[in-house]
Design a protein around this ligand. Structure first.
Ligand code: ADP
Ligand code: MG
Length: 217
């Protein structure tokens, strides 16, 4: 489809089936450049599945995804990540054998393609500073609290230098003040130019964050 200059992602008619079960039945979606978009809907409505289709984690049966004017419908997930689409997982998935800083180094090396180790470490620390984890750089992820794990997850996404960040239930199970911390972090990233899709059940957070909300049913 024709993309206007202010649209960064357009999905059209996405159909995703699991066997005989249709999880997404022709979903249309747009994300504007620099936008803070809320994506809501009941459990099982297909939010995470849709994200998987956007990021390339799952193939889909029909429809298309365009990003920055390019058809990325069939592109491998790692290539989409390289182009700037990244996500955090609903259930944090740190590399448990690596410390917090090393968790940032993986996307810096493999997604961004940096090769100079000392520059990678500098950049990893810059990301950790951004998400408020610099003091925990040498910790193992196992020693982190729930909110710190969420920050690690966002940091890993951020280390991939995204233009589009998808936060899939990054706040579930957190206290009110911890939710505010994550919200502030997402706001800061958005101000730095990243378009953000926030998938969240905590309506207070969705309402505060979102300029626009899309509902999956
Ligand atoms: P949400 O994130 O909105 O809670 P999901 O995208 O996780 O919803 O799930 C949408 C529907 O697709 C659910 O009914 C779920 O059981 C089903 N589903 C998700 N992933 C798979 C899978 N890998 N295999 C089979 N069914 C799946
Ligand atoms: Mg989900």
């Amino acid at each position: 489809p024709h993309m206007s200059a202010n649209e960064i992602v357009i999905a059209k008619g996405i159909v995703k089936r699991f066997g005989g079960f249709t999880a997404l039945n022709g979903v249309d979606f747009t994300l504007k450049r620099g936008e803070r978009l809320g994506l809501i809907g009941p459990n099982g409505s297909g939010k995470s599945t849709f994200v998987n289709c956007l990021t390339g984690a799952l193939p889909f049966e029909a429809g298309s995804v365009h990003y920055e004017g390019q058809d990325i419908s069939k592109l491998a997930a790692w290539k989409r990540a390289r182009l700037g689409i990244t996500r955090s997982f609903q259930i944090p998935r740190p590399f448990r054998g690596l410390n917090v800083r090393q968790n940032m180094e993986v996307p810096l090396a493999f997604t961004v393609g940096m090769s100079d180790q000392s520059r990678i470490e500098e950049e990893a620390d810059a990301v950790l500073d951004q998400v408020g984890l610099l003091g925990k750089a040498t910790n193992n992820p196992r020693s982190l609290s729930q909110v710190e794990l969420r920050k690690l997850e966002l940091g890993r996404a951020l280390a991939g230098k995204p233009r589009v960040l998808i936060a899939d239930e990054a706040m579930a199970g957190l206290s009110d003040s911890e939710v505010d911390e994550i919200l502030e972090l997402l706001m800061k990233l958005n101000k730095a130019g990243i378009s953000i899709i926030l998938i969240e059940h905590i309506m207070r957070a969705v309402v505060r964050f979102s300029e626009r909300v899309i509902v999956l049913v």
